[in-house]
Design a protein. Sequence first.
Lengths: 222, 342
Amino acid sequence: MIEQLFPNVDWAKMLDATYETIYMTVIATAVTFVLGLIIGIVLFLTSDNQLWANKIVHFLTGSVVNIFRSIPFIVLIILLIPFTKFLLGTIRGANAALPALIIGAAPFYARMVLIALREIDKGVIEAARSMGAKTSTIVWKVLIPESLPALISGLTVTAVALVGYTAMAGIIGAGGLGTSAFLDGFQRNRQDVTFVATVLILIIVFIIQYIGDVITTKVDKR
Amino acid sequence: MIDLQNISKVYKTKNGELKAVDQVNLSIKQGEIFGIIGYSGAGKSTMIRLLNGLEKPTVGSVIINGNDISKASGKKLRDARQKISMIFQHFNLLWSRTVEDNIAFPLEIAGVPKEQRAKRVEELIELVGLAGRGKAYPSQLSGGQKQRVGIARALANNPEVLLGDEATSALDPETTDSILELLLDINKKIGLTIVLITHEMHVIRKICDRVAVMEAGKVVEQGEVLQVFQNPQAPITKNFMAQISGETQEIQASLEQILANYPSGKIVKLGFVGQTTEQPVISQIIKQFDIVVNIVHGKISNTTSGPLGTLFVHIEGSNDQINAALEVLAQHKVQTEVIGHD
């Protein structure tokens, strides 16, 4: 019956593509989390009345974030081709998609980190300072734990966006479900392949959202 | 112990300079509870933050135990802050940590090993009366319990000074009293120096030994609580006194009413301090002189250094008799102030 409904679907290939999409999403999300968190914390600490208040650093970091956030992802991939080639020696395959995915998503996540950190009660930071805490202690023991629910829900949104980005990267040959849907499905006029790839992408997105929601609720003790 | 020498703090704002603290000199003794009272905007929040270096004075120096806090920075300032702890109006607990972990936080900052931390936390939970609530999160506690956690956290590193930033202003009257009693108890037990800022005269009356009154960045009056209460000088201090003597507009109105109804006699405000509150002076003057005494309003408040009473009376009789009666009252160290028909 499945054979009749989806005559053109090569299930083994589809499984590989799903694996590639998950691989790209997981690695890119992990690196984006670290990079975005660092940039977000720098943005927060250098803003007015904060511990490292510094207009110049804040402006420069903010500008870099805004520039990379403004470039449409499909254009970013093309712009980064020389960089990717220099870094990995190739522009094809799942690994070659990672630099573009990370550079596209980290500034986006950094903004969400900044929003999350601004929501922290100023009094709690003042209390930590009044106890003689170092800035590093404040970052690790106050800023990150006190904004954790917002950091995780932001990461969930970013991961979902990254699934979309991997599909776009698939169009220029990164592999994954994007390649299946576009090259194998659309360009060869096999609508069943496009359909199955789309459903698999949806399932991945739903799972990410579910995991994100569960963790967010669990860490929120407010 | 704490010496503020000629402190000024100026903020630059868009509308020019703002003098939050203006040439303040204060000296706070070891082991006392010192209150700073003022309305919001008087500069008291800035004042208390000068004491732990969260704010730096524009001019002057803040000396605590021989350390110049206003000049300290980096590690020296951080080490000093471990001995000058602070409690806050809105408690400022970390919601992500349990009661135990909140109290352990300053110990982690000070680098105390894990087992010692656990032991100290247990002692502190016991001390502030939160036994059994150690695993709770702040969101599961009442306001009073949160402030108890705040106090335990502040005491963790055996500080030399405890700063209270409107520590009871977000609490209901009963909880306020229980927190004040806890602070007084700690002050007595371990001889901790406590500096409180507040806008409630009640707090000053209940636990402070000495008080400074602030208005527009200046200290307009300071001294022993009982002395300031008995004989307030600055108009703003008199306003604050009205909070506890019950000298409200209502009473003012009833005094005027009596003045209008009884064109003869005098209305006198009597001030009793300490032991004089316990003497039957009114019945004595009624017996001794040919006068009629009508009590209009009265109130007794307790301070740490003794009770303080105010009584408004209307005295009817000949001028000679009334003056002689007031003389006797004065001999008994009762303050008298004629406020009508003299």
